[in-house]
Design a protein around this ligand. Structure first.
Ligand code: TEU
Ligand code: CA
Length: 563
């Protein structure tokens, strides 16, 4: 039976993960850049929050073209972040507190400054040549019409050998050639080295793109003449074969949490990646719910529609039930802050709507991920000028779209305020002292001016804060198997303002009610809940009244349990 399979108990199904973007978390030495010693300093804060696992965004040596997602040495630490000794101390500090560490594995590409690429580009005969994807030009132009995720062609011409190399991201991120077995062995050896060190898992960056369709065919061009390469690079012909090989040779030898970042993943594909037979990964990150506001393209100010959100979330909840395991997230370092996106970041409703969004996600089936600052209700940043931006994706898109007159400056800045990745990358707001207590120096990216109201110190001290609400949600998950393993069912699918669902485990039932709107809403309790005793497990207003006709206030959320 489906439900039974999902109840096979494993620690990573019961865990709550906290994502750290090290550059913006805590600076320990005043150079304006977050670092490993800063993370170690804050380990007790994370312990207090109650999380089980840290997903550490890349800390490896990197020229930082894409903030560490361009790696030049997989077994060395970025100088700005500290040393390998600092890393070992951080890992020990985490383990002492029962917190596990999941490393970011970025192996679709390396930095162009990685010694492999330096060798590879030096001559056609070099033994490292086939570590990357080199092609001859076509009629003096790029080998095909693919568009990079960071604007422009995916091909860069290299003078030395007069050929082009493929880069799905920036030109400083050449794609590795996974069809070369030697490349796979190198990657597996490196992964094993980290496992031997005692790490607890991997978050695998764009792992769905490692196998490309042979021949690298042209795609359907858009108005700028370039094409989305996704059909030829996502879940390619050898994708699952390579992951199974990785699983056999590395993952299966350790007790790890593995999550694949799988752009473009469908339910059918997810069932292969995250199959319960454990032959590939534990779970994937899907992007359907974070793409709902990209109808007119990513760079627009479209909004997420609640009915569509419910449809997408519910599809993943129900269709993976008993077949594969879900990950749950609203935020990460590539997404704008969910509070600004789907909640209400005005001073009046900020906390109540942050708690509502958290309730909605944390009561679902899957492993929840909390992105740094989300537990404080951190918001998007009011970026005004190009100079304030640091993200290569936003900066390149600005030059591309403004350059081609597709958008003017004001429009583009508005889009970036809605969708830009830097929204998530402003420094963590620790207290109300200068620079939010993040650094004693000048931060590498500006602090959000709202740190005087939104900061960790104030919230840790205040019982009814967003921080304490997240703490309670995490504790509830640890204490109630139904939150981890219960079946999910959506109610009121077409309601434009309410997200209501149940969880069921044996005789036990939860009813989750979330008002996504500022307006008050009325709702009839489902028949099974009418005139019944029910316990309020958690709620974002203090004085909850249960009645057959519920009156829900602005952004009100609650979880009821049958008695
Ligand atoms: O992101 C992959 C990815 O799909 C992103 O390009 C995403 O579509 C975009 O950022 C949404 O705005 C991963 C990392 O998470 C990201 O930080 C890196 O820049 C990228 O891979 C390249 O390594
Ligand atoms: Ca520092």
């Amino acid at each position: 039976m489906a439900a039974e399979v999902n109840q096979t108990k494993t620690w990573w199904k019961e865990a709550v993960v906290y994502q750290i973007y090290p550059r913006s978390f805590k600076d320990s030495n005043g150079d304006g850049i977050g670092d490993l010693n800063g993370i170690t300093e804050k380990m007790d804060y994370l312990k207090e929050l109650g999380i089980d696992v840290i997903w550490l965004s890349p800390v490896y040596e990197s020229p930082n073209d894409d903030n560490g997602y361009d790696i030049s040495n997989y077994q060395g630490i970025m100088k700005e972040f500290g040393t390998m000794d600092d890393y070992d101390r951080m890992l020990a500090a985490a383990h002492e507190r029962g917190i596990k560490i999941v490393m970011d594995l970025v192996v679709n590409h390396t930095s162009d400054e990685h010694p492999w690429f330096v060798e590879s580009r030096s001559s056609k005969e070099n033994p490292y040549r086939d570590y990357y994807i080199w092609r001859e030009g076509k009629d003096g132009k790029a080998p095909n019409n693919w568009e990079s995720c960071f604007s422009g062609s995916t091909w860069e011409y290299d003078e030395t050998t007069q050929m082009y190399y493929l880069h799905l991201f920036s030109k400083k991120q050449p794609d590795l050639n996974w069809d070369n077995p030697v490349v796979r062995e190198e990657v597996f050896r490196m992964m094993d080295w980290w496992c031997q060190k005692g790490i607890d898992g991997f978050r695998m960056d764009v792992i769905s793109m490692i196998s490309k369709v042979p021949g690298l065919p042209d795609g359907t061009p858009k108005e700028n003449g370039l094409a989305d390469p996704s059909p030829y690079v996502c879940h390619g012909p050898h994708e699952h074969e390579y992951l199974q090989e990785m699983n056999r040779k590395v993952l299966s030898k350790y007790d790890l949490l593995t999550v694949g970042e799988c752009a473009g993943v469908t339910i059918e594909e997810a069932k292969k990646y995250a199959n319960l037979d454990n032959s590939e990964l534990n779970m994937v990150f899907q992007f359907e719910h974070t793409s709902l506001d990209c109808k007119n393209g990513k760079w627009s100010d479209d909004k997420i529609d609640l009915v569509e959100l419910k449809e997408v979330m519910s599809k993943w909840q129900t269709e993976l039930m008993g077949k594969a395991w879900n990950s749950l997230y609203w935020c990460n370092h590539d997404q704008p802050r969910m509070l600004s996106r789907m909640g209400d970041d005005s001073p009046e409703y900020r906390e109540i709507s942050a708690k509502m969004l958290a309730t909605c996600l944390h009561m679902m089936q899957g492993t929840p991920y909390v992105y740094q600052g989300e537990e404080l209700g951190m918001t998007n940043m009011p970026f005004q000028s190009l100079e304030e931006l640091r993200d290569i994706e936003s900066i390149n898109a600005y030059h591309d779209l403004v350059g081609r007159n597709v958008a003017d400056h004001e429009t583009m800045m508005r889009y970036i305020r809605c969708k830009g990745r830097d929204n998530a990358r402003t420094p963590m707001q620790w207290d109300d002292s200068e620079q939010a207590g993040f650094t004693t120096g000048t931060p590498w990216i500006e602090v959000n001016p709202n740190y005087t109201e939104i900061n960790a110190k104030e919230q840790v001290e205040r019982e009814d804060s967003v921080f304490h609400y997240y703490q309670k949600l995490i504790r509830l998950r640890h204490q109630n198997e139904i939150i981890v393993y219960g079946d999910y069912e959506l109610l009121l699918a077409d309601h434009p303002a309410l997200y209501v669902y149940t969880r069921t485990l044996g005789e036990e039932k939860l009813l989750v009610i979330c008002n996504f709107s500022k307006e008050a809403q009325e709702m009839e309790l489902p028949e099974a809940w009418k005139d019944q005793e029910a316990e309020v497990l958690i709620a974002n207003y203090e004085d909850v009244q249960i009645s057959n006709t519920m009156k829900l206030r602005s952004y009100e959320a609650m979880v009821l349990r049958n008695c």
